[in-house]
Design a protein around this ligand. Sequence first.
Ligand code: N2P
Length: 395
Amino acid sequence: MSDKRPTEAEQAVALADSLAEGRLDRRSFVRGALALGLGLPSIAAVLQACSGEAPEAAKAPEGAAATAPVPAGPPDLGPMEKELKICNWSDYIAEDTIANFEKETGVKVTYDTFESNEELIGKLQAGATGYDLVCPSGYAVQVLLALKLLEPLNPKYLPNQGNIATQFRKTAFDPTDAHTVPWQWGITGIAYRADKVKAPPDSWAVFHDPQYKGKLTMMDDMRDVIGAWLKFRGKSLNSTVAEDLAAAKADSLTAKALLQSFVSAPVKGQLVAGDVWIAQLWNGDTIQAKAENDKIEWVLPKEGGAIWCDSMVMPKGAPNKRAAHAFLDYILRPEVGAAISNFTGYGSPNSAATAKMEKPVAYPTDEQMKLLEFQADLAGASGDWDQVWTEVKAG
Ligand code: N2P
């Protein structure tokens, strides 16, 4: 890993290389180049060299001087701060990601963890967390935006943004890419001990099977548990229909009578030890557990499940904005992004990072996508869901 940060000239060359190698589309190249302060004539020249002609977007207007002014972007950030405070899901970063960043920049990082989007949203709503970066799932980004709890990012400080794969740009939760840098994507399904179960599970119905009483867990996560039972009944995992929620509540309570507990990431240790045989779990965390016990397998139930992408965002009032951008651009480097996904077992939304991985997680095909659904903001119905979950937990 390099000891010094790239100069703007080096970043401009890297951008042009990404365009030439097809890792960056022309629009993103123009955006990145403008952010670096390149003039329109230079941008047009690079575009022309790469494709033989310049698109309208980069052509200097008729009669414009060779030194046409670059449109003003968001205001510059101040000098690099000395600290950075991050809150992320547990087991969701490579062991040396933070240490290498601290060594390279001299910035001291405080790293906290959370276990569900609802926990994170609650922390941010309570205020004064001092966090500079947090990592909600897509629907939770929408919730935080609606609550006006996020700050926009400044692309000038994110020259590696062009490494992000097209399917993770201009997403439903951040249509202008103004607030998010995607971190990892994954799928919620079922992890199981192949050496303990009678037959590999293929349905959420396994959490209703009395022969596994006490050996089952579902996640301590409202969206995942209620969402799974909605899928089980052929409904959208974002349903807000009262009868669907009533059925999901009944199914959750039937399951609860057989569960050892509602538990999320910490269930990995119980699967490894054999205290739990079948657990609702994300694919990447299952891969982490499998590294310790190769009898652990994972399946997407035939009724389908949730696909999600978690993104880094900057909470309102983040005290260390320059350092936050430096960290985001650092994780967007191909080798840093690849190291994170190698550890977590999740898919990287960074195409340059994916290209560097030996065993990248392939993005689902169109056929597989038919079984998967992205979680969406429940907006006005979130109170109904909260009520169902409270009753399930208390029941
Ligand atoms: C935690 C991974 C959580 C991802 N290790 C949930 N979106």
